[in-house]
Design a protein around this ligand. Structure first.
Ligand code: PBG
Length: 334
């Protein structure tokens, strides 16, 4: 009698062999995640207190320049190569053209100097965009309800210059105006900041997942309308390749995909097509949704954090901006 359920032979190919012990799993791992892959976004503010919790982002604080310098030292000690600054400026300083964005003694220049004093070996990246400084919450200059492209370029180039002058190592335009990389590159070159890097948010999508961040920087209540005339439509990905090609030709040293977790297909296409350092931003909404599940006990915190960050490396990212950066670095250091 034949035995219909018995295998005809033993399987020769057994992928489980390479998974059978921790040491062999480590040996054959195709990608790694280390603290050197992380950039820590810091929300900074010009308020009195050193650390104010952000309600929509548990574990994230608005930091004074002094507290930002402390955070930079912590990043250095954890092996995190760079921090990225995002300002929450006093509402009274906001106006239609974002005057405070180009104040050489403003919040961001203050923070850059404080960080460079405290931890000179840390890279400082800044956000080039006007939304944190405008009373309408848009990234550029607005006229008759339209976000003007070319008029915004001048403001953005000046803002990047102010950051470079204060000591920023990387300026990261997140505004999505056409031609901003070239305008910024011109301003930096003309002022002998030829070594200041541009990490362009080349593929930045109009996303609901920036919600908690807009609360953190205080632009949520300000924003009139949406950002769909300049940030990308999430239906598209070929268009992102065109954006990246443009930004590289205009002088970008590296590019960013944002949001991150929902856009890993873009990270993979861009890194494979262009072979330039491709970064991704695990944005506030992605952080907040994980934090909410963790708080409810629905996700295991440590495992979920590391898996979510490792996914970026598997997709081909050179590095990840993540609010989990210090926590992840601590886990990886163990
Ligand atoms: C714009 C900017 C945004 C973020 C970083 N820079 C939001 C926006 O375009 O409205 C979002 C970051 C996050 O959600 O974590 N200057």
């Amino acid at each position: 009698m034949t035995q219909p359920f018995a295998p005809a032979a033993f399987p020769y190919a057994r992928p489980r062999r390479l998974r059978s012990q921790p040491w062999v799993r480590r040996l054959v791992a195709e990608t790694t995640l280390t603290p050197a892959d992380l950039v820590w976004p810091l929300i900074v503010h010009d308020g009195k207190e050193d650390r104010v919790p952000v309600a929509s982002m548990p574990g994230v604080f608005r930091l004074s320049p002094k507290a930002a310098a402390e955070a930079a030292k912590e990043a250095r000690d954890l092996g995190i190569p760079a921090v990225a600054l995002f300002p929450n400026v006093d509402g009274a300083l906001k106006d239609a053209v974002g005057t405070a964005a180009t104040d050489p003694d403003g919040l961001v220049p203050d923070c850059i100097r404080a960080i460079k004093d405290a931890a000179p070996e840390i890279g400082v990246m800044t956000d080039v965009a006007l939304d944190c400084y405008t009373d309408h919450g848009h990234d550029g200059v607005v006229e008759n309800g339209r976000v003007l492209n070319d008029a915004s370029l001048e403001r953005l180039a000046e803002q990047a210059f102010i950051h470079a002058h204060a000591g920023a190592d990387i300026v990261a335009p997140s505004d999505m105006m056409d031609g901003r990389v070239q305008a910024i590159r011109d301003a930096l070159e003309a002022n002998r900041f030829e070594d200041v890097m541009i990490l362009s948010y080349a593929a930045k999508y109009a996303s609901a997942f920036y919600g908690p961040y807009r609360d953190a920087v205080g632009s949520a209540k300000m924003l009139t309308g949406d950002k769909k005339t300049y940030q990308m439509d999430y239906a598209n990905s070929d268009e992102a390749l065109r954006e990246v090609a443009m930004d590289i030709s205009e002088g970008a040293d590296a590019v960013m995909v944002k949001p991150g977790m929902l856009y890993l297909d873009l990270v993979q296409r861009i890194s494979e097509t262009f072979k330039v350092p491709t970064f991704a931003y695990q944005v506030s909404g992605e952080y907040a949704m994980m934090k909410a599940s963790i708080a409810n006990g629905w996700l295991d915190e440590d495992r979920a954090i590391l898996e979510s960050l490792h996914a970026f490396k598997r997709a081909g990212a050179a590095g990840v901006l993540s609010y989990f950066a210090p926590q992840a670095a601590r886990l990886l250091g163990r």
